[in-house]
Every structure is written in structure tokens, then in C-alpha cells.
Design a protein around this ligand. Structure first.
Ligand code: SAH
Length: 215
């Protein structure tokens, strides 16, 4: 899978290839789901695990902001796959924080992480996953060098911009039916620039009730 993503040019850096080899996707998909097929897969609760090429794209976009010692926030952490990758990249001196509003998904993501190469980071507290509304971010460990949002917002939540560190970068899908993957950068003078990377299709960033109703 990693070799294929490298040959397509989706993975361009050694660090991204290494982390996707170390964190085995098979531990994070539901039983009976093919782990390495390049497509999103249902994980219950009207949610999906993103396709490997989307995980790789987001890791690649955030690579510079996932250096050892940095703080990373993963909103809509779902299976916990990307949160685990972030933790491996920022290392024991860094902080990787997942926020997910379905408690059952938080629980199963923690179980998966415990079986993965990121288990020591969870144990030591450099990696944590929390039940919460990701639209509010997670102020406790802010500001963040990297923020990833794994569900599409109709607009960029202000709390997330506020929790981005000067010099930090956020990757967030924005839109309703047609969505753009936006790259948001906060400059050292706190001005914010936003550009569109590509067109995407994610599940909505919404309330828990709306998600479970499927509306
Ligand atoms: N990156 C995850 C993506 C999961 S799909 C993965 O690859 O496993 C998007 C996730 O966002 C779902 O798990 C959904 O439950 C969650 N979500 C949607 N709205 C949310 C909100 N307001 N707060 C927290 N999580 C949310």
C-alpha cells in the first residue's frame, strides 16, 4: 500500500512512508474490512475510516508541522489511525490529541492504539483521545502546530483557528455536498491565509444527534 502511494506521488517524504508502515491500518479497521484497499470503509455510526490516499495526503500536508516535540490535534479522530500516526511523528516530547464525539469510537480507537506501535506514547500520556465536540477544539493542549479535521465543516470553526499556533497549519475539508480540502496557515503575525488543495468527500462535522440520525 505504501509503495503504491509512493509510486503515485501521494507519499513524497520518508517520514510519512515510515509512519504509515509502522502504524498498521489493519489494527484500525473493523473486522472483516480489507485494510489496504484504497477506499474509505464504514466504521459504524454513519462514519468512515478515510482512504489510505487521504490519510497520506493529510500527513504529507502537515509533515513540517509534525516535527518531534510539536503539538497536533486530530478532530473527528474516528478509528484513531491518524492520531496514532501524528503521535509517532511528534514523539514522546510532543503531544497528539484526538477528539471524537462518538464515545464507542473513542473506546475502540484506544483499544486499537494499544495494539499498535503508538501504544507506549498512549501509556506515557503523549497521546490521548477524548470524547467531545471537535468544533470547539481541545483547549487543554493548545496552541497546536498541526490541526487535522477528518469531517467536513460548512465553515471553518473559529475555535480551531484560535487554537492554531502562529506558524501552524490546519487541514480541513470545507463544504456541504461539494467540499474542498483547505489548508489554513497562521503566520507569525497571526494573519491567516487559506488555500484549496483538492476536492474531497468527507462525512459532515456536525452534532452527534444529527450524525446518528444520518441527516
Ligand atoms: N480520520 C478518521 C475519520 C473518521 S470519519 C479516520 O480515518 O478514522 C469523521 C469522524 O468525525 C467520525 O468518526 C465522526 O463521528 C466524527 N465527527 C463528526 N462531527 C464531529 C464533531 N462535531 N466532533 C467530534 N467528532 C465529530
Amino acid at each position: 500500500m505504501v509503495e503504491q502511494l509512493q509510486s503515485y506521488g501521494v507519499i513524497r517524504s520518508k517520514r510519512v512512508a515510515e509512519v504509515m508502515e509502522k502504524i498498521d491500518r489493519a489494527l484500525f479497521v473493523p473486522e472483516g474490512t480489507p485494510p489496504y484497499v484504497d477506499s474509505p470503509m464504514p466504521i459504524g455510526y454513519n462514519a468512515t475510516i478515510s482512504a489510505p490516499h487521504m490519510h497520506a495526503t493529510c500527513l504529507q500536508l502537515l509533515e513540517e508541522n509534525l516535527r518531534p516535540g510539536m503539538h497536533a490535534l486530530d478532530i473527528g479522530s474516528g478509528t484513531g489511525y491518524l492520531t496514532a500516526c501524528f503521535a509517532m511523528m511528534v514523539g514522546p516530547q510532543g503531544r497528539a490529541v484526538g477528539v471524537e464525539h462518538i464515545p464507542e469510537l473513542v473506546e475502540s480507537s484506544v483499544e486499537s492504539i494499544r495494539k499498535s506501535a503508538a501504544a507506549p506514547l498512549l501509556k506515557e500520556g503523549a497521546l490521548s483521545v477524548h470524547v467531545g465536540d471537535g468544533r470547539l477544539g481541545w483547549p487543554e493542549f493548545a496552541p497546536y502546530d498541526a490541526i487535522h479535521v477528518g469531517a467536513a465543516a460548512s465553515e471553518i470553526p473559529k475555535a480551531l483557528i484560535d487554537q492554531l499556533k502562529p506558524g501552524g497549519r490546519m487541514v480541513i475539508p470545507v463544504g456541504n455536498i461539494f467540499q474542498d480540502l483547505k489548508v489554513v496557515e497562521k503566520k507569525m503575525d497571526c494573519s491567516v491565509s487559506i488555500r484549496t488543495e483538492t476536492s474531497v468527500r468527507y462525512v459532515p462535522l456536525t452534532s452527534r444527534d444529527a450524525q446518528l440520525r444520518g441527516s
